[in-house]
Design a binder for this molecule. Structure first.
Ligand SMILES: Cc1ncc(COP(=O)(O)O)c(C=O)c1O
Length: 390
């Protein structure tokens, strides 16, 4: 038995904050603490820091600083995009187009818009790899489709969608196109002109920035009904005093993620491939879920049929391995993954999921340790199950 170690393989749930990001944020807690909306020089220094952050983020996204709204994270950005745009365009049409594999920040907002607010929705089917078909998307666009929302990369199975193609089809139909790019950030290009999207959501804690801060890109001319009303912050699209340190941290983390993207993704891919090879060789019956190639570099996900994912996660935690059963938000929830069901897996299979997401600090020794721990745990749980059946 190898010596116990702690191996964190849950970077899609959250990442540690980069030391350089922490250092950049520190002065904004207790030195530059003024309210960025205040007239005095303390306030103006804070405001300047926020506007510098906005410019830095706009360079990465290839947009203008005015097109960036800082929010409290991915969930808020998704809510603001979908509800805000659907409401602003409610007199033009009331049909919304999305997929059954979106994060709950989108799917629950869609539910509210359809069940309570009188909108109609179409959820496109996905194939066994969680990929949506562009022809299906084109066919589903109606004259009254005002907003379409398709995630860039899936949080549970890592599949990357053809966002530029989908956005072009939406635009040709006069439909606004939003993408949840929370899992894509730091691993895929975010140039909103090349992608052709109207709105895009990001969350800093997925790319070595702090938790509780994100952004929504909104193309000039797109109207949003603000979800949170009050002061005229963020051009009256999101009321509330700016969180200067978090916004500064988000901008620094995003800048670093894109300066270092090639090296980071090469490392992720190497570690991820080692993981996939190890699991497929060592765990009988393991299936890789999601697209084998069109997937984010850090992401591996599996189904172990007959294994209950929450029990497996507890076993792994006792061995020092931090993993996830799908998305962080689903942890502790014994329901089969709706994403896997939409991909055509059976409920029995959709309960046995494991998501392993590597990061900057992941080493080959970590991978080796985790593969051993997973192989031993799956074997033990299968044996226990057989004994219970006998
Ligand atoms: C695809 C996706 N969208 C949105 C979110 C929500 O982001 P936040 O945690 O910043 O609210 C997550 C978080 O896991 C996510 O994976």
């Amino acid at each position: 038995m190898p010596a116990r170690r702690n191996v964190y393989l849950d970077h899609s749930a959250s990442t540690p904050v980069d030391a350089r990001v922490v250092e950049t944020m520190l002065p904004y807690f207790s030195e530059v603490y003024g309210n960025p909306s205040s007239m005095h020089s303390q306030g103006r220094r804070a405001e300047q820091a926020i506007e510098d952050a906005r410019e830095s983020v706009a360079r990465v996204l290839n947009c203008t600083p005015e097109e960036i709204i800082f929010t409290s994270g991915g969930s808020e950005s998704d809510n603001l995009a979908l509800r805000g745009a659907a409401w602003a365009k409610r007199h033009t049409g009331r049909h919304l187009l999305s997929t059954p594999i979106e994060h709950s920040a989108i799917s629950r907002t869609l539910e509210q818009l359809t069940h309570i607010m009188g909108f109609a929705q179409t959820l496109l089917p996905v194939d066994r790899d969680a990929m949506i078909n562009t022809t299906d998307f084109e066919r589903a666009l109606r004259p009254d489709t005002t907003v379409a929302s398709v995630m860039y990369a899936n949080n549970e199975v890592g599949t990357v969608q053809p966002i530029a193609q989908l956005a072009a089809l939406a635009r040709a139909n006069g439909t606004l196109f939003h993408t949840d790019a929370v899992q894509a950030a730091g691993q895929l290009p975010l140039d909103v002109q090349a992608l052709g999207v109207d709105m895009l959501s990001l969350s800093a804690h997925k790319f070595y920035g702090p938790k509780g801060v994100g952004l929504l890109y909104v193309r000039t001319g797109v109207e949003l009904l603000p979800a949170q009303t009050g002061g005229s912050h963020e051009r009256s699209r999101r009321a509330g005093t700016h969180n200067t340190p978090l916004i500064v941290g988000l901008a620094k983390a995003l800048e670093l993620a894109y300066v270092e993207m090639a090296a980071r993704t090469t490392h992720y891919r190497q570690m991820r491939n080692l993981l996939v090879e190890g699991i497929m060789q060592r765990v009988p019956g393991a299936q890789l879920t999601g697209h084998p190639i069109q997937r984010i570099a850090s992401h591996a996900s599996f189904v172990f049929e007959g294994i209950d994912s929450s029990t497996l996660l507890m076993h792994l935690d006792m061995k020092g391995v931090a993993a996830s059963g799908g998305s962080a938000c689903k942890t502790g929830n014994p329901e089969p993954s709706g994403v896997l069901l939409a991909m055509g897996y059976t409920p029995q299979q959709a309960i046995g999921t494991l998501r392993l997401t590597v990061g900057l600090q992941t080493t080959a020794d970590d991978v080796d340790y985790a593969v051993n721990a997973i192989a031993a745990s799956v074997q033990k749980l299968s044996q226990l199950k057989r004994e219970m059946i006998l």
